[in-house]
Design a protein around this ligand. Structure first.
Ligand SMILES: [Fe+2]
Ligand SMILES: [Fe+2]
Length: 446
């Protein structure tokens, strides 16, 4: 049995966070002590049972603390702005849309739904626990969380805002009928317009939040994947083979991510950037070595070859950090090779009679930590292997894909990625489908 002291020691950040949120929900009023304690207890129970618990169960929170900081700051800033607007202009125009849409687009729909309940409870506390106000807040924030999570264009966000506006309007009319209040057309009009205005504010704030947190929404990930990006342009000029390889990896990985319900936009854009480090010494990578070119690895020791090749991970990560690429894209750079061994150079070294162990030819990791990174690791190896397949047929392609996926799985590289065996089966199917349609002209049918 834990003592109250343990509770305070383990959860003091949450206790303080909820206390500040409850105080802000009534700002600038100073509530009576007992009323504050009542609001605090209810809010803390909701926070603890719904939100705090999900920190341990939502993968992104264990990847980077920035996700937690983003969750705390958007909730607290959301509480304050909802309070200020509702106090001055009325609860029907309160900006529930703003914090919930940000959290849904930047963290996850599930987490945004939890925060929607928490913010609605705080809002209800600010209105003396009115069920009518709680219902309105909950309806508009739950619809916001659901409708904004897979937004990948600004236009989609405008559509979500229209949807939220309609639902809020319907709820407002229903509640007016429920409590027998005459319908005020001006208030109804402002209820309908408010989500549209808050969606414009959300679009305006988004780039600043993304730059500061390095957590990107799909809207700006799409923009980052634009091939005019300086890092990608540099790669296409200095290492055209790698650039081409990255676009094929993106096609394969995106299709698979879509099918298993991972983030397809993140997967596509991270694939574009996974090998940006190869722009430094492009001529050392097979995809940039022409048939008539001399292979520089013929002239150097296998261990040195390994070190040069491995350097694209370190260089890529430095470039990504310098350009403040999204955290998850930075993660993909070392994770797409995980802790795999460069077998080719290991065997070359062994063949030359050197006594180096396998670990001398190992990438430094970490292993893929999330599904999208795991898919990119698989697509990367599949693309490289398919390139050298002499006479591709659909069944040969499938066998090759299967062989690569299961050998990476058996090496244990996917252990921390969250990919299941069922996911791997779907990935194999999707990779094969994309390869068959891409290689149509090369495929020989019996
Ligand atoms: Fe690579
Ligand atoms: Fe690659």
């Amino acid at each position: 049995m834990k003592s109250p002291f343990d509770l305070i020691k383990n959860y003091w950040v949450d206790l303080l966070f909820v206390a500040v949120s409850v105080a802000l929900a009534r700002y600038p009023e100073v509530p009576r002590f007992l009323s504050f304690i009542n609001g605090f207890l209810i809010s803390f129970l909701v926070w603890f049972s719904l939100v705090r618990y999900s920190f341990e169960n939502t993968p992104v929170f264990s990847l980077h603390n920035s996700y937690k900081y983003l969750a705390y700051t958007s909730t607290i800033a959301g509480t304050l702005i909802i309070r200020l607007v509702s106090r001055e202009l009325g609860g029907h125009v309160a900006p529930f849309f703003l914090p919930i849409a940000l959290i849904s687009m930047l963290i996850s729909k599930e987490f945004a739904l939890r925060i929607a309940v928490f913010l609605s409870v705080l809002y209800a506390y600010s209105t003396g626990f009115s069920m009518v106000d709680f219902g309105f807040a909950l309806a508009s924030s739950v619809v916001t969380a659901i409708s904004t999570h897979d937004v990948s264009r600004r236009l989609d966000l405008a559509r979500s805002a229209i949807f939220v506006s309609i639902i809020s309007g319907i709820f407002f009319v229903f509640q007016s009928l429920l409590i027998g209040k005459p319908l005020n057309v001006i208030i109804l009009g402002s209820t309908l317009i408010a989500p549209l205005i808050w969606s414009i504010v959300t679009v305006g704030i988004l780039p600043y939040v993304e730059y500061a947190s390095m957590i990107y929404s799909n809207i700006d990930l799409m923009e980052l994947g634009n091939l005019n990006n300086p890092l990608l342009k540099n790669l296409s000029l200095k290492a055209p083979g790698t650039y081409y390889h990255s676009t094929i990896v993106a096609n394969l990985a995106e299709a698979a991510a879509q099918k298993i319900g991972a983030n397809a936009v993140l997967t596509r854009v991270a694939s574009y950037f996974h090998d940006i480090g190869k722009a430094k010494r492009p001529y050392f990578y097979t995809e940039n070595i022409g048939d008539d070119d001399l292979n520089p690895h013929d002239e150097i020791a296998p261990k040195l070859s390994h070190l040069i090749i491995q350097d694209h991970v370190k260089t890529g990560l430095e470039m990504a950090k310098k350009h403040r690429l999204p955290l998850l894209i930075q993660d993909v750079i070392p994770q797409h090779h995980g802790t795999r061994v460069q077998k080719y150079f290991y065997h070359k070294s062994k063949g030359a009679g050197e006594k180096l162990s396998e670990s001398e030819f190992q990438y430094s990791g970490p292993k893929p930590q999330f599904k999208e990174a795991g898919i990119i690791m698989l697509a990367d190896s599949v693309e490289a292997a398919v390139r050298s397949l002499k006479k591709p047929t659909p069944s040969r392609l499938k066998n090759l894909v299967q062989e690569i996926v299961f050998s990476i799985y058996n090496e244990g590289e996917l252990d921390e990625s969250g990919l299941t065996l069922r996911d791997l089966e779907i990935i194999i199917e999707e990779f094969t489908k994309v390869l068959v349609s891409m290689m149509k002209s090369r495929i020989e049918y019996p």
